[in-house]
Every structure is written in structure tokens, then in C-alpha cells.
Design a protein. Structure first.
Length: 476
């Protein structure tokens, strides 16, 4: 229990101090944001800070910090360390930078920002990569709620029926102005997501469950190595490239740059709190990582969430679990498709004020999503997790390039360059090692990942020295 309380304290301290440092490095000012300057009534619409925070939280969270945290908890309490330090030093910095840089470029997507700061080739690669990730995300967040709804309506309505219902809702939410559906109902569900986490904490205390203290021991029942698998599996609870596709959407809605730390950095810290609670709850409820792993294999992620919620909280927990596991992924799925629409609109130059143009993009997108729902959920999640963390790597390098080009103190770019290098090693090592990747041995994958990260860090240091030398010459 001491470890959980300490970890929660570190997240709060991280928001207060490291979040402030991140804000100081970016230097928000009083310039008009897209919500004020553009205000097109569809995507660029002003929102109050508290509402923007809750919408951002629900957009980036869904069941990501629940499912990912439960699967990450199979490694044991070592996962607590990744959640807290990954979020404070990486994930929250990532979300803040992508949101704020987007705000300064009229709410442009991470794909377009990649083109501005990493070159034309990066833009084209990121356009394709981002849309594929968003399709995977939207599909992952169709399957899990549809499966649970089918369990709740046995013999009457099957999974396919619920998939169709969810996709129809996606069409509506993707098409209409952001303040008509998302801006109205998402804050309510954002609060529910927070209430779920608080309820689990209460359930742990009241039920007398034991939370193991932090250790570096790998307790995974299948002996899956911590490096790099844990860093990929936890995904949204620590750092997530998917957030780089969502932050630009809310960047179009904040009314002042000075709201950014609360909305972007704050929402990521809040998501990490949720992930931390569910990781602790999973191990505490089942007692061992072996039993947790068996439950995940037998019942799936949705079933485990339902089991924990009802076991700790009874009927109330069951209601919260249904709302959380059904509504929360749906609300992340629809914003994934909305973000994909916006990226494709930038790509094709189709003005999104006209609903006809929105339909031209939305219908084929959702059709592809419907086809992907036929694939195995676990396979989809693994590819989603890897592409998710790879996008985080690229987004952090975009932020690093931005800071090198715009910040007078070039050394401040280390704020993003160091986590970018770390995620570079994670991403390449995983895809070389994993079953869904190249299935190479550790003796090959580990050195390749380290060399890849070292090369990118070396290139960054060369640019850093170049920019510093230019600045010194200019001073003369």
C-alpha cells in the first residue's frame, strides 16, 4: 500500500513541478488559439478549460489505461515504476508538446507537423502511419464493448449486432460539430472514468486487499521479459502516440495557450493515476500475477474488469464496470475516427465545413474499420500497442526539432530528446523480438535497439551543437 500511495504522490509532484518546467520550456503566450482565430463551428470551437480537460482525458483514455495496466500488472509491481516515470518524464511531456505545437500551427495533425519539422518524407510516412494507427485504435475500441454488450444480452443480441450499432454511432460522432456530441456528453463520461478509479481504491482499502510493494523482480507468469514488452504493453497508461493524434483535436478548442498544462499535461497524469489504480487493483484482487494472467486468458480484459469491479464493489461496481468498459472505449474509438477524418482532410485538401465532404471521408474509413473487427482482438492490440509507441517516438522527435528551431536555450530540447531516444530503443527492440514482428533472438534485438537509439541521439547532438554554434556566431 505504501508503494501505491508513494506512486500517486510522485504523479502529483510531477504535475506540479515537472509540468511547470515543461510549460516554461515551451513558453506559452497570449496569441490567439485556433478556437478563437478560426472558430469554424465544426472542429475549431472554444471550450471551457474544465470541459477541454475532461474531453481530452476521455479521448486519450478509453479503456487503454485499464486494459494496458492490467496486462502490464502481470509483470508485477515493477509496472508502477514505468507508469509514474513514463508518464511524468515522457507521456505528459509528449501530450503537452504535441498539443501546444499543433495550436501554434492552426491545429494541424501530427502528420503535418512531422512534415514541417522532420521533412516531406516524414510527412507522407506519418500520414499513412497515423491513419493506420487510428483505424486500429477505432477497431480495438469497437470489439471490446461489443463483446461485453453481447455477454449482457445472451441469446438476443450478438457481437455483430453491437458492432453495427457502435459503428452507426461513430458515423454520427465523427460527422457532427465537436461541441454537439463530444463536447456535451464526454465530460460526464470523463467524470465516470475518474469515479471508477476512485471506487477501486476505496474497494482495495475497505476489502483489506494486499498490494505488493515495488520491486524490480519480473513476475510475469509466462516469463515474458520486462524489456521491451512491459513498455509496449502498458501503452496509454504511461506514454502513447495515439495521444499525438488526439491532442491536436483539443488544441483547436482551448481558448488560451496558458490552459495547455492543465489540459494536456494534466489529462495524461490523470490517465496515469487511473492506470496505476487498475494495475494495483488487478494484482490485489487476484493475489498473484499467475492468477491475474489466467483470468485475462480465460475471461479477456473486459471480463476481468467486470470481475474486479463486482468483486470489490458489488452491484454498484458492476454498473460502473459496464459503463466504463462499454462507454469509455466507444468514446475513444469515435475520436480516433474523427482524427483520421481530419488527417485525410488535410491530405486531400477537402474542406470539412460541408457535410458532403465529411461523408466522403467518413464512410470509407468506417467501412475499413468494420472489416478489421473480424480480426482477433489480441492480435489487433499487439499491433496497436507497437504502432502506438512508435508514433510516440516520432512525435517526441518532432517536438525536439521544434524546440531546437524555436527555443533560444537549445539544451532545453533534451526535455523531449531523452524520452524520444528511450522510446526509439523500445520500439525497434520490440518489433525485432515479438512474435508479430521479426522473431529475432535477444542477442540480436537488444543490441540493434540500443544502436538505433544511440544513432538517433547522436544525430540530435550534432544538430544541437550546430544550432548552439550558430547562436554563438550570431551573438558576435
Amino acid at each position: 500500500m505504501i508503494s501505491l500511495i508513494s506512486a500517486l504522490a510522485v504523479l502529483l509532484i510531477g504535475f506540479l513541478f515537472y509540468g511547470k518546467l515543461t510549460e516554461r520550456v515551451f513558453s506559452p503566450d497570449d496569441r490567439e488559439t485556433p478556437a478563437i482565430r478560426i472558430n469554424d463551428g465544426v472542429d475549431c470551437v472554444p471550450m471551457k478549460t474544465w470541459k477541454a480537460f475532461l474531453v481530452q482525458l476521455l479521448n486519450i483514455a478509453g479503456t487503454g489505461p485499464i486494459f494496458g495496466a492490467l496486462m502490464g500488472a502481470c509483470f508485477g509491481p515493477i509496472v508502477f515504476l514505468w507508469i509514474i516515470f513514463g508518464a511524468v518524464l515522457g507521456g505528459a511531456v509528449h501530450d503537452y508538446m504535441t498539443g501546444m505545437i499543433s495550436s501554434r500551427h492552426d491545429g494541424k495533425s501530427i502528420a503535418e507537423l512531422s512534415g514541417i519539422y522532420l521533412g516531406s518524407a516524414a510527412k507522407w510516412i506519418m500520414r499513412v502511419f497515423s491513419v493506420v494507427l487510428l483505424l486500429l485504435t477505432g477497431t480495438v475500441f469497437v470489439n471490446s464493448p461489443a463483446a461485453l454488450l453481447a455477454r449482457l444480452t445472451p441469446g438476443a443480441l450478438n457481437t455483430t449486432f453491437w458492432i453495427v450499432v457502435i459503428l452507426v454511432y461513430y458515423i454520427i460522432a465523427t460527422l457532427v460539430p465537436i461541441d454537439k456530441v463530444i463536447g456535451k456528453i464526454y465530460p460526464v463520461f470523463g467524470i465516470i472514468l475518474i469515479v471508477m478509479a476512485v471506487s477501486i481504491v476505496v474497494g482495495i482499502f475497505v476489502g483489506g486487499y494486499t498490494i505488493p510493494e515495488i520491486s524490480l523482480q519480473n513476475l510475469h507468469p509466462n516469463n515474458l521479459p520486462v524489456w521491451p514488452f512491459m513498455f509496449i504493453t502498458v501503452a496509454c497508461g504511461a506514454i502513447s502516440g495515439f495521444h499525438a493524434t488526439q491532442s491536436p483535436m483539443i488544441a483547436k478548442c482551448i481558448t488560451s495557450e496558458k490552459e495547455g498544462r492543465k489540459v494536456f499535461y494534466g489529462a495524461m497524469i490523470a490517465e496515469s493515476v487511473i492506470a496505476l489504480v487498475w494495475a494495483a487493483g488487478g494484482v490485489a484482487f487476484y493475489g498473484t500475477t499467475q492468477l491475474l494472467g489466467s483470468a485475462l486468458s480465460d475471461m479477456g480484459q473486459s471480463g476481468v474488469v467486470y470481475d474486479i469491479s463486482t468483486g470489490m464493489l458489488g452491484t454498484v461496481g458492476g454498473i460502473l464496470a459496464v459503463v466504463g468498459v462499454v462507454v469509455c472505449p466507444i468514446t475513444s474509438g469515435d475520436t480516433a475516427f474523427r482524427s483520421a477524418r481530419l488527417i485525410l482532410a488535410e491530405w486531400t485538401k477537402l474542406d470539412q465545413k460541408a457535410i458532403k465532404n465529411r461523408l466522403i471521408i467518413t464512410i470509407p474509413l468506417l467501412g475499413m474499420g468494420a472489416l478489421l473487427t473480424q480480426l482477433d482482438f489480441n492480435v489487433l492490440w499487439r499491433y496497436f500497442s507497437w504502432s502506438n509507441q512508435t508514433l510516440a517516438m516520432v512525435s517526441l522527435w518532432v517536438a525536439t526539432s521544434y524546440l531546437l528551431k524555436t527555443n533560444k536555450n537549445k539544451l532545453s530540447s533534451l526535455l523531449t530528446a531523452l524520452p524520444a531516444s528511450f522510446m526509439s530503443a523500445v520500439s525497434l527492440t520490440y518489433i525485432l523480438l515479438a512474435d508479430e514482428g521479426f522473431r529475432l533472438s535477444k542477442t540480436i534485438a537488444y543490441p540493434c535497439g540500443a544502436v538505433f537509439a544511440a544513432v538517433l541521439l547522436g544525430i540530435y547532438l550534432c544538430f544541437l551543437l550546430k544550432h548552439k554554434n550558430v547562436n554563438e556566431v550570431n551573438k558576435l
